[in-house]
Structure formats: C-alpha cells, structure tokens
Design a protein around this ligand. Structure first.
Ligand SMILES: *[C@@H]1O[C@H](CO)[C@@H](O)[C@H](O)[C@H]1NC(C)=O
Ligand SMILES: *[C@@H]1O[C@H](CO)[C@@H](O)[C@H](O)[C@H]1NC(C)=O
Ligand SMILES: *[C@@H]1O[C@H](CO)[C@@H](O)[C@H](O)[C@H]1NC(C)=O
Ligand SMILES: *[C@@H]1O[C@H](CO)[C@@H](O)[C@H](O)[C@H]1NC(C)=O
Ligand SMILES: *[C@@H]1O[C@H](CO)[C@@H](O)[C@H](O)[C@H]1NC(C)=O
Ligand SMILES: *[C@@H]1O[C@H](CO)[C@@H](O)[C@H](O)[C@H]1NC(C)=O
Length: 499
C-alpha cells in the first residue's frame, strides 16, 4: 500500500535519527480523530469516511475492529488505530495462539494491498483506570506481548505497532506529593513496575506511549481548579523543580509523563495524546462556547510547534475526542459523556473549528453528506390534555430510562425549561429512538404528534429528529473512549494548584 509504505519509511527514518542523535526528534503527524459510535442510530461508516475526507482528517482511532467500519475504510488511505476492547484482554493474554487468531481475523485481514492502512493496535482502553479496581491489571501486559509477537510473526514488525492508551491516572496519585508539579512526575506507585515493563516493550518494538489528557475533567470535577488553567494563555505556574513556567494543564500533564518516562530511562519515547477534547452539553462547563475556545486553542497550540517546557520545539501527535456525539454512552462519569463530538449525532458541525490551527473562526467543519433522517415529526406533551403531574413524571421517568435525557440534567441545555417542555423533550427522544413508531408516542394519553419543531427559541435546547439507520454491527461489544475517566486528572491537576 502506497500510503502505508510512505509511513513505514518515515517511521524507519525516525528510528534511525533516534539512534544517531539520541534526543527526541520532531515528529510531525497530522491531526487524528477518535471515532466512537455508541449511538442508537449511528451514521453509516461510509458517510463518516466521506466526512473525514471532506475535512482532510487523515488519521482515526477506533475502539474496536468493527467489520463495517473497517470495510468503509478500505482504500481510503486514512491511517487507522484499531483496538482490542478491555473485555478481550483476558483472552489475548491467555495464549499466543489466541492473540494470533485475533490479529489474523481482526487486523491483518484488512491490510491487503489497497486495503486498510492500519498503523496501530490499541491493547484495551485505559485498562489501569483506578475506577476499574485492577480488573485488567494482570492481563494487559501479557496481552500486549502476545499481540506484539503475533504482529511480528505475521511480518508486521515495524509496520503495525501495538500500544496501550492510558488514562492520565497512570501517573502520580495521592501517595506522591512531589507530583504536584511536572518535575515530580512518576508512574502511579501501585503499577510503577508494570508500567516500566510495558514501556520497555513499547520502546523495544518502536511503538509510541499513548496518554489521554482531559483538562475539562479537571475543571468540571474540582471546585478549586482555576478555569484559565484548563485553557491556554491566561495562567501561569512555576515549577520550582525545573524553573519551567506552565501556562496550561495540557503542557503540565504532558511533561509529568515526560518526567515519569525520563526517570524510568525512556528519554526519547514518542508520545501520542490518544484523546483530548471538550464536551458541549450535560455540565455547566460543557458548552459550545467553551468547547469552541478549547479545541481551537488546542489546534493553535499544535500549529505553533512550540512543544512543552521539557520537550520544546516538538510537534504534538494528537487525536481529538471526538468525532460524533454518542447518545448511548455510559453517563456514570457525568451527563457530558454523550456530548464530546465536534459534530452532533447526525454529522452537523457544532461550531467553527479551524483544524489547521490558523485561528480562522469563520469556517465550520464540513458536515456529513447524504444523511437520512426520519420524518419531520415530533412527539410532545399534549397541553390540551388533563395533566396529572405525578403521571407525567412517571412517564418522563419511563422515557428517560430508555432514551437519552442527558440534556435535561443539571447544567444541561434543557435543564432550565418548564416541566411540560422537559417532558416533551424526553417523550420526543424516546419516540425518535424508536424510529417514530406511533406506539412510542402515547405516554398514558399525555402525548401528541406535531410536525412543528418544538425547540425553544433560545436555541440552546434542541429537539431532534432521529436518523433512519439501524446499527449494523454484530460484533457485540461497542466501546468508546473515556467511559470512566471521571476520577482522574483531577488529582494530578488539583495538586498542581498547591503552587
Ligand atoms: C483539504 O485539503 C485540500 C488540499 O490541500 C484543500 O484544497 C482543501 O481546502 C482542504 N479542505 C479543508 C476542509 O480544509
Ligand atoms: C475478532 O473481534 C471480534 C470483535 O471484537 C471478536 O468477537 C472475535 O472473537 C475476534 N476474533 C478472534 C479470533 O479473536
Ligand atoms: C470498584 O470498587 C468500588 C468500591 O468497592 C465499586 O463501587 C465499583 O463498582 C468497582 N468498580 C468496578 C469496575 O469493579
Ligand atoms: C492479579 O494478580 C495478583 C497476584 O497474583 C492477585 O493477587 C490478584 O487477585 C490478581 N487480580 C485479578 C483481577 O485477577
Ligand atoms: C484572557 O482573559 C481575558 C480577560 O478575561 C480575555 O479577554 C482573553 O480572551 C483571555 N485569553 C485567552 C487566551 O483565553
Ligand atoms: C529504548 O529503545 C532505544 C532504541 O532501540 C534503546 O537504545 C534504549 O536503550 C531503549 N531504552 C530503554 C530504557 O530500554
């Protein structure tokens, strides 16, 4: 494959320059995009691939190896990171044979000439998240080794790289007070030896270290976190250990990792930021305005190529999180989880975003083309019915347990509406989730259909029309990123504040 060939040459050159010059060499990679699809009516992969191309996005990170998604990527030239979900780690760790079979069926099957340009295989997703209580602690490393061996045996050494996307909570932790600044960066003590083993095997195979960074969570989950530190340009913090000045928590988190890697002897490890982004609903800080500000600032930061204090003049290698809103994601960490998309569920862009980092705020990303909506029909509360508030509440409950009501939660875009409008919002989402089945708009006789858009005129709370697509996947587990990230960066970021 031509594009694959080119990237292999580049990686080869990169390794050579590592060996000859020792220190970190600037490593230009185009912007990447996380593509998760835990949605009731997911856009067909063909439409998404066209949308990626229309926006010149040439790298994607997936959360599994879904057949239809990979089929749509065939011949696209788009560079892909596929993933073995956490649920598979146990099997991949169990034997070399199991890993070999998985690689054959789910990875190398797609890499024929003119097929899918797979460059990375993610082993799990944030497997050492504190919230998982060690569930994947014993299987991640063996799974990584088995997949590395399977890839090498199949002839893909130096072509496809296995890596592990980690949450930033693999660093520091409350037991390490010195970690309150980047110069104190270490791996989390309970997994430190394991992290060194894993990093050594990544280093040995030429694979990058992959970390997810979430300034939004620092802000949303910590009362004391200064908002300007989550953004770029209006904050500064001196790290007395290095005398470096940090103006944003992104650089600080990045350098905390650089320091942890340096301490363990990995002074030239290539780092990928596997996820970074900002949600637009479901929390007071999750707004379109702040997401637009943050993501554009990230694009500018990447374009400036200034690097971080510990790795100056370096280009970042980043995957934005994420492409589309996902209305079936777990909201355990917060209602914002379903609203990380640069695009809404239907591929419409939310705000102007200049992927090139030149700060041009007149241009929206290019919308998905050829999307099939259901009919222009909404299910709302019949205001002429006799409404018993307790029966209404019971029906809203019923709907919300079966559809997406994250915008109705505190801080959400529909939270401040009156009870009837909120009920309408819930009823309509339930009706759309059920493909506008007329039996899905009854609610004890309290609901009625209308073709008029009931969205309040303030433009915040949007009533939606569903898409005419049924999920095609048969592979069972659909996973997306950061489902349980809630507890994390907070500790790291909160600690920086002591200074
Ligand atoms: C994509 O790249 C092409 C060629 O470089 C350019 O003409 C086009 O304007 C770009 N499109 C977007 C949306 O950036
Ligand atoms: C390939 O991946 C799918 C979905 O993750 C899984 O169900 C299947 O068992 C995998 N194949 C092998 C041989 O592991
Ligand atoms: C982890 O442990 C906590 C406290 O014991 C529990 O509430 C939680 O459900 C556990 N999570 C997982 C993923 O096992
Ligand atoms: C991982 O291995 C350790 C040591 O053998 C053991 O104590 C622990 O229970 C294991 N954890 C899991 C989740 O299997
Ligand atoms: C810094 O704060 C000022 C005043 O609040 C604001 O006008 C400016 O846009 C901010 N700059 C950045 C980069 O956030
Ligand atoms: C990382 O890999 C490089 C290049 O192969 C090697 O020189 C170096 O010793 C490795 N570092 C560690 C700590 O294993």
């Amino acid at each position: 494959m031509k594009i694959c060939g080119v990237s292999v040459v580049l990686v080869g050159a990169f390794l050579i320059s590592w060996i000859s010059f020792g220190p970190v060499v600037s490593h230009a990679e185009p912007l990447g995009m996380n593509w998760g699809d835990i949605s009731r009516q997911p856009l067909p992969p063909e439409i998404v691939v066209r949308m990626l191309k229309d926006n010149n996005i040439t790298r994607v990170k997936l959360f599994d190896t879904d057949y239809n998604t990979l089929k749509a990527l065939v011949g696209s030239g788009i560079e892909v990171m596929v993933a073995a979900p956490n649920e598979l780690l146990n099997r991949l760790a169990s034997s070399e044979k199991a890993a070999r079979e998985w690689v054959k069926q789910n990875v190398t099957r797609y890499t024929f000439a003119g097929g899918v340009n797979i460059k990375y295989v993610a082993i799990g997703n944030e497997p050492f998240l504190v919230a998982y209580n060690g569930t994947y602690q014993n299987v991640t490393y063996p799974a990584l080794l088995n997949v590395q061996k399977a890839l090498a045996d199949a002839g893909y050494a130096n072509k496809i790289f296995a890596t592990v996307p980690f949450n930033a909570d693999v660093l520091c932790g409350p037991q390490v007070p010195a970690c309150n600044v980047p110069s104190g960066g270490v791996f989390r003590p309970d997994i430190a030896d394991l992290m060194v083993d894993i990093t050594a095997s990544l280093n040995r195979t030429g694979a990058p270290f992959c970390l997810n960074i979430y300034p939004f969570l620092s802000l949303a989950l910590s009362q004391d976190f200064p908002i300007d530190y989550a953004f770029f340009g209006n904050f500064s913090l001196l790290d007395p250990g290095s005398n470096a000045v940090y103006t944003n928590v992104f650089d600080a988190s990045y350098d905390t990792l650089v320091q942890a890697l340096d301490r363990a002897g990995f002074t030239s490890m290539h780092i990928i930021i596997g996820e970074i982004g900002w949600p637009t609903d479901g929390d007071g800080f999750a707004t379109v305005q702040l997401a637009q500000k943050f993501n554009n600032q990230v694009m500018t930061h990447l374009a400036q190529k200034k690097g971080t204090p510990l790795r100056p003049n370096q280009e970042f290698d980043v995957y934005l999180f994420g492409l589309l809103d996902e209305n079936l994601k777990s909201i355990d960490p917060g209602s914002f989880e379903r609203h990380w998309g640069i695009f809404y569920y239907d591929g419409q862009p939310k705000y102007p975003l200049d992927f090139s980092g030149q700060g041009n705020l007149d241009v929206f990303p290019k919308a998905a083309v050829g999307v099939e909506y259901l009919d222009q029909r909404y299910c709302v509360v019949n205001v002429n019915a006799i409404i018993d508030p307790s029966i209404l509440a019971k029906n809203v409950d019923y709907a919300c347990q079966r559809t997406d009501c994250s915008a109705l939660q505190p801080g959400g875009s529909c939270y401040t509406l009156d009870d009837n409008t909120k009920a309408s919002y819930a009823f309509n989402n339930y009706y759309q989730f059920n493909y506008e089945d007329k039996f899905a708009c009854y609610f004890d006789g309290l609901a009625i259909l209308t073709s008029t858009d009931p969205s309040p005129s303030d433009m915040q709370c949007q009533f939606r029309i569903g898409l005419n697509y049924h999920p095609t996947t048969t592979s069972g587990v659909r996973k997306s990123g950061n489902t349980l990230t809630a507890c994390v960066l907070l500790i790291l970021a909160g600690l920086f504040l002591l200074f």
